[in-house]
Design a protein around this ligand. Structure first.
Ligand SMILES: *Cc1c(COP(=O)(O)O)cnc(C)c1O
Length: 421
C-alpha cells in the first residue's frame, strides 16, 4: 500500500492555513533521499549530483538540495537565473540544453557553468559568440534501441539529442584545437527506469566510449555524466530502485573498464530530477463535485493545469482519499479536473473508497515534473507550493497565481486594474 507522508489530522491543520489545491513537499524525505544517493556513490571521489531544475524549479527546494551538496542541471536562461539567485555558480552548474539560443549560451558562459553540447554544430555556434571554456561536456546518442537483457528500454535512434559516435571523435579533436583541456561525456538513454540495471549499463557504454575517445584523441576525460532517468514507483505494486545497488553496479563497471585503462580519476556526475523529488511531493486537493451519468465522476479543485502527466502520457498517479485509507476500494471513479478537455482526468476507472464532496484527496508522487509542467489553459491558475518542514511546520514557498498574474502580460493591464481590481 502506498502511504502519504502526511495524515488526515496534519492535512486538516495545513489546509486551514493553505487552501487547496497546492503541491506539498516533504523536506525530511528530500534530505534523507539526497543523503542515500551521496552514500551510494561515496566510492567515487568527485561524485556530484546536479539536480535537474526543470523537475521542480523552486528556489527553496533547490536550496535544500544545495545544503545537501548538490549542484544544478539547467537547460534554459531562466533556470540559470534561478540557480544564480539561489547561489549556485561556476562548476556547480551543468548546462545541458538543446536547440540553445545565443543568449542562453552567453549567460551560461558568464556564470562559468559547465556547458554540455548537444550537437557538433554547437561547437562553432558557441565559438562565434564566446570564448571556449577549458572544460566542456558532450552528449552522446548511440542510436538504435537501448536494450537491457534483450528488453527495449528506449529508442535513442528516435531521439533528437546528442552526437553520433563518429561526431564525438571529430568534436573532441575540434574542441582540443580550440583549447579545451578537460572533457565530460553525457548520455540520457531511458527515462523513469526502476530497474537497478539502467545506470550500470549506461555507465559501461559511456566508460568504454570514454576510453576509446581518450585513445583516439588524447583528450583528458575528467567526468562521466550519467544524467537523469532513475525512476520512482508510481504504482503501488512497483518496487523502488535500490540506489545502493545502482551505485555498486556503476562501481563495478568503473573498476572493470576505467581503472584498467588507467582512467581512475574520472568523476561520476548525475542529473537526477524525478528520483530526487518525485515521491517527496503530492498534490493536495478537495473533492468539489460528484456526478452520476454513464460513469461515476468526482470533480476536484485541481486540474491537468496543476499536474499534466496523466493527461499528457496517461501516467498513473496513486490517489488516497484522506481518512479513508482503510476502507474497502469498492467504488469505481473517474477523478477529473475542470478543463474543457476530456483528457483532464487524474484517474480513469480507479477503484477507491466512497468519496464525499469535501473529502481531501491526495495525488501522490507529484514532486517532480508536477507543478513544473503547469500551464494556464482555460484561464486556470497555477497553485501554491507548500513545504512541510522537518519540525512539522509549513512554509508557503510559492503563492498561488491570481487573476492579476494571468493578465499581467497583456497590454491593457491599466484597463484591467481600473475596472476589475
Ligand atoms: C529531464 C532531464 C534530466 C532529469 O530527468 P529525470 O527523469 O527527472 O531524472 C536530466 N538531464 C537532462 C538533460 C534532462 O533533460
Amino acid at each position: 500500500m502506498k502511504k502519504t507522508f502526511v495524515n488526515l489530522e496534519q492535512l486538516q491543520e495545513i489546509t486551514q492555513k493553505h487552501p487547496t489545491p497546492f503541491h506539498l513537499y516533504d523536506e525530511k524525505g528530500i534530505r534523507e533521499n539526497a543523503r542515500r544517493l551521496k552514500k551510494a556513490f561515496e566510492w567515487n571521489k568527485g561524485f556530484k549530483e546536479y539536480f535537474a531544475v526543470k523537475a521542480t524549479p523552486n528556489p527553496t527546494i533547490m536550496n535544500i538540495l544545495r545544503e545537501e551538496g548538490c549542484g544544478v542541471d539547467c537547460s534554459s536562461l531562466t533556470e540559470l537565473m534561478l540557480s544564480e539567485a539561489v547561489g549556485f555558480n561556476g562548476h556547480e552548474i551543468m548546462f545541458s540544453s538543446n536547440v540553445t539560443p545565443v543568449e542562453d549560451f552567453k549567460y551560461a558562459k558568464k556564470m562559468d557553468a559547465i556547458i554540455n553540447f548537444d550537437d557538433i554544430t554547437h561547437i562553432d555556434y558557441f565559438n562565434n559568440i564566446a570564448e571556449m571554456p577549458e572544460t566542456i561536456c558532450c552528449r552522446y546518442n548511440p542510436g538504435g534501441d537501448f536494450k537491457i537483457s534483450n528488453a527495449i528500454m528506449d529508442k535513442p535512434g528516435e531521439a533528437k539529442y546528442g552526437f553520433t559516435r563518429s561526431q564525438l571523435t571529430e568534436g573532441f579533436i575540434k574542441l582540443k584545437n580550440l583549447g579545451v583541456k578537460h572533457f565530460g561525456l553525457h548520455a540520457f538513454l531511458a527515462s523513469n527506469t526502476t530497474t537497478n540495471e539502467y545506470y550500470p549499463e549506461l555507465a559501461r557504454i559511456l566508460f568504454k566510449t570514454a576510453v576509446e575517445l581518450n585513445r583516439e584523441t588524447g583528450a583528458h576525460i575528467s567526468f562521466i555524466n550519467l544524467s537523469g532517468g532513475v525512476g520512482i514507483p508510481y504504482r503501488p505494486e512497483q518496487n523502488p530502485a535500490d540506489i545502493m545497488a545502482i551505485g555498486e553496479g556503476v562501481r563495478q563497471a568503473y573498476d572493470e573498464v576505467l581503472v584498467p585503462a588507467g582512467m581512475d580519476d574520472v568523476a561520476i556526475y548525475t542529473e537526477l530530477g524525478r528520483f530526487m523529488l518525485g515521491p517527496y511531493g503530492c498534490l493536495v486537493t478537495t473533492a468539489i463535485h460528484e456526478k452520476h451519468i454513464h460513469k461515476e465522476y468526482i470533480g476536484l479543485d485541481a486540474c491537468a493545469a496543476n499536474l499534466m502527466r496523466p493527461a499528457m502520457y496517461g501516467a498513473y498517479h496513486h490517489i488516497t482519499v484522506m481518512g479513508k485509507e482503510n476502507l474497502p476500494c469498492d467504488h469505481k471513479y473517474d477523478i477529473t479536473g475542470g478543463l474543457c478537455e476530456n483528457n483532464d482526468k487524474f484517474a480513469i476507472d480507479r477503484m477507491l473508497p466512497k468519496i464525499d464532496v469535501g473529502d481531501l484527496i491526495v495525488i501522490h508522487d507529484t514532486g517532480a515534473h508536477g507543478f513544473a509542467m503547469g500551464y494556464n489553459y482555460n484561464g486556470k491558475l497555477r497553485s501554491a507550493e507548500v513545504l512541510l518542514k522537518e519540525d512539522g511546520s509549513t512554509e508557503l514557498i510559492r503563492r498561488a497565481e491570481t487573476p492579476a498574474d494571468y493578465f499581467a502580460t497583456l497590454n491593457f493591464t491599466d484597463f484591467m486594474k481600473k475596472n476589475l481590481f
